[in-house]
Design a protein around this ligand. Structure first.
Ligand SMILES: [Zn+2]
Length: 68
């Protein structure tokens, strides 16, 4: 999946064997390339409606991705 597919701003590839790994790698990418977005995501509670919606979309996209 790409950064953009995960709600990011560029086409960098984010890889991971599991959803947790993908999220961890995505956060690392955000911290490196989009520090402002990383700060925003970190400031958001996990049960924020936006985060919940994001997780649902991410899980669906992850399941549909041809290569994990
Ligand atoms: Zn990016």
């Amino acid at each position: 999946m790409t950064c953009a597919q995960m709600g990011g701003e560029c086409d960098a590839k984010i890889t991971g064997a599991t959803q947790d790994e993908m999220i961890a790698n995505a956060m690392k990418h955000l911290e490196t390339v989009h520090p402002e977005m990383a700060a925003k995501v970190k400031a958001m509670p996990k049960d924020d409606p936006m985060m919940v919606e994001w997780m649902v979309k991410f899980k669906a996209d992850f399941a549909a991705a041809p290569e994990a």
